[in-house]
Design a protein around this ligand. Structure first.
Ligand SMILES: [Fe+2]
Length: 376
């Protein structure tokens, strides 16, 4: 006969299995839209009202129903969001297979006067986490002399230990790598009218000459980084694009008022009470893995991004972000600069562990409302 303890253990086990299934198949597809107002007194009047649409960390692999559903949701949302500049903050790819999805997305997006991008670490390399985690047993079954097997086992155990400690201590995750075809990606982006800011600047001359400058740096872990603004003329308002938010630490960045970043995935797995599991080892730490903050006298915004490095998301839905730049205060604020949420589809905070519960309850509530309407 089942005791109360066994029943409880059974319920908990079913709950954990359902949570894992939800994190693997459902939450990664639940793309939400966050719209912000960002104001700064240094913004030239002519640029007030400029809308930036931000895509980051797509991590396309080119296969799987989750990626297809997510892709369709991103396209559907972005078609409803008019923008002046589309910004891509890196990690288009998880591996080379994702090139086809990048092409599909760029062809389906609504046109915008400008499209700018910076590259991320995953655009350069594929980190083979599966090899570390799941190939231990198959590796041991491979034939070979005892010494060879022992060396293989020692190498795998070292990789697992290295990965576990990096995860526990919130350090950058390192794993065996394979180089991606970065040239094909850049050609693809160029064909779609996306200008990659590879340690360079871009001025929006059409709207207000010499008054808005985007500064884009290459990925700081896998790419080569040079100072793009050392020789550039001074501009009234500069926005720095850096895939990894640690790019903000590289130097003083004169004239930069706003920094836009991705890379952290908002923690990607955000557990009740414990919070973000990992911030990709950035200086922000687990507690500040996404959102707005001041950093060295300028604003830094880190998006939760749209994709996953490890194929699970929990309590941190993928997000498409629109930021409206304003010179005047956003409603209800009087400071010289700042940000305000305009609206969000889905949960208010991408670090909120209530999001999965709410997203499961919402269709149920809508279904009940529909039934009530039909009865009337
Ligand atoms: Fe990423």
């Amino acid at each position: 006969m089942l005791t109360a303890a066994w029943i409880l253990a059974l319920i908990l086990s079913i709950g954990v299995i359902l949570m894992i299934a939800y994190a693997h198949w459902i939450e990664p597809t639940l793309v939400q839209v966050r719209r912000y107002c960002f104001w700064h007194e240094a913004l030239p009047e002519a640029l007030s009202g400029t809308r930036l649409l931000i895509f980051s960390d797509l991590h396309f692999k080119g296969y799987g129903s989750v990626e297809q559903k997510k892709l369709q949701n991103i396209i559907a949302h972005s078609r409803k969001l008019p923008s002046d500049i589309q910004l891509f903050l890196g990690d288009f790819l998880h591996d080379d297979g994702g090139l086809s999805s990048v092409k599909t997305l760029l062809q389906a997006l609504p046109p915008a006067p400008a499209r700018l991008a910076v590259l991320g670490n995953h655009d350069y390399v594929t980190y083979d986490l599966n090899r570390v985690i799941f190939n231990l047993v198959p590796d041991m079954k491979k034939s070979g002399a005892l010494g060879q097997r022992a060396r293989r086992l020692a190498r795998r155990l070292y990789e697992i230990w290295h990965l576990s400690t990096a995860l526990a201590l919130d350090l950058p995750l390192r794993a065996p790598t394979k180089y991606n075809d970065i040239n094909s990606l850049q050609e693809q982006l160029q064909r779609a009218g996306v200008q990659v800011l590879h340690n360079t600047t871009w001025d929006w001359l059409d709207k207000a000459p010499d008054s808005l400058q985007f500064v884009g740096i290459n990925d700081i872990t896998e790419g080569d980084v040079n100072d793009p603004i050392a020789l550039a003329p001074a501009s009234k308002f500069r926005i720095l694009l850096t895939h990894n938010p640690d790019g903000v630490l590289l130097q003083d960045w004169p004239g930069v008022q706003l920094v836009l970043s991705g890379h952290t995935h908002g923690g990607q797995i955000v557990l009740p009470v414990l919070g973000s599991v990992h911030s990709q080892g950035t200086h922000l730490g687990r507690k500040n893995a996404s959102g707005w903050r001041r950093s060295n006298g300028r604003w830094l915004f880190v998006t939760c991004g749209l994709g996953e490095s490890f194929p699970f998301r929990f309590g941190c839905r993928p997000e498409l972000v629109q930021i409206e730049l304003r010179r005047d205060h956003c409603p209800g604020n009087q400071r010289k600069s700042g940000w305000q949420t305009l609206d969000v589809t889905g949960n208010r905070n991408c670090s909120s562990y209530l999001s999965p519960v709410m997203s499961l309850l919402k269709p149920l509530a809508e279904g009940l409302r529909l039934r009530a309407r039909i009865k009337k």
